[in-house]
Design a protein around this ligand. Structure first.
Ligand code: SF4
Length: 290
């Protein structure tokens, strides 16, 4: 397992391989799998991602609690019929992120990449890239491998748990993975992959975990929508030539340290932040009375 961007970049150079090739090799060795086995698994994974990212676009989905939902439908309709300020690609990507978030909140099937709370970001990114730019399934699977390498380094060196490190660790990690996947698809360099991932983490450094009523619904769903946008802009900033002053590994370390310094009230305890507002507390009382 590669535990840092530096070790991975060094290995890519030494072995003349891409990140996804190294990650494929890792998966094959760790699971004693053939290349076909790994790609079959990726195919099944991406199928679930596609279903969750599209389920709520034409059919409104409410959460089990009844507190949130139907936003993927609204945003998709707006993308189709409105004149979105952020453009059709971004608006459709947000609708897809909301869709998976709503499937999750209605107890449907999602891929927790890296977690259920942040499960909308990577699928929305991949589906949008394929829809807009016609990437093949195999190219998407390779981007998934690259994303998984980035997620693994974050998990090993910091955390991907909101309860441990705040939402920066969930939606931040997911956006970093998605930004890396975009760079892979666009044919960027190995350095670009980690630069884009580092931008996504920097953009939401310190974001707290404050789900209303302790349910993975709100503001989680909004952060999935903004997470896919974070991934897209992080990739575009990188491809435009903006350089990472602070490298990925140090950014991950900073994110882990910020997570440790966050008070318990801001780490999935539903005490502080948005969960601590008057309205959220009233909703919690009503939820308990149900
Ligand atoms: S607010 Fe907390 S529970 Fe919701 S997505 Fe972020 S980390 Fe997960």
């Amino acid at each position: 397992m590669y535990t840092s961007a530096k070790s991975m970049m060094d290995a890519c150079k030494e072995q003349n391989k891409t990140i996804y090739e190294l990650q494929l090799q890792e998966e094959m060795e760790a699971g004693e799998l053939s290349k076909d086995d790994v790609y079959d698994y990726l195919r099944k994974t991406y199928e679930i991602m596609k279903k969750s990212a599209t389920a709520g676009l034409d059919t409104p989905i409410m959460s089990m609690s009844g507190m949130t939902g139907e936003n993927a439908y609204k945003v998709n309709e707006y993308a189709k019929n409105g004149n979105p300020v952020s453009g059709a690609l971004i608006t459709k990507a947000m609708a897809r992120a909301l869709s998976t978030s709503e499937v999750n909140a209605s107890m449907g099937r999602i891929v927790a990449a890296p977690t259920a709370g942040a499960s909308g970001i990577l699928p929305a990114t991949l589906v949008t890239m394929q829809d807009e730019f016609d990437y093949s399934d195999e190219e998407i699977f390779n981007a998934l491998l690259t994303a998984s390498a980035v997620g693994e380094i974050i998990a090993v060196n910091a955390t991907i748990s909101g309860a441990e490190g705040g939402c920066q660790a969930e939606c931040g990690a997911a956006a970093a993975m998605a930004a890396a996947a975009i760079i892979e698809l666009r044919g960027g360099s190995i350095n670009d992959i980690f630069t884009a991932a580092s931008f996504a983490l920097k953009n939401i450094m310190g974001l707290i975990c404050d789900p209303v009523c302790g349910l993975v619904e709100y503001p989680c769903n909004l952060r999935n929508a903004s997470g896919v946008v974070n991934a897209i802009i992080s990739a575009d900033l990188t491809l435009a030539g903006v350089e990472a002053l602070i490298p990925f590994d140090e950014t991950v370390g900073a994110m882990g340290n910020v997570g440790k310094e966050l008070p318990v009230s801001l780490k999935e305890t539903a005490i502080g932040g948005i969960a601590g507002t008057e309205t959220a507390q009233r909703l919690y009382e009503e939820f308990l009375d149900k």
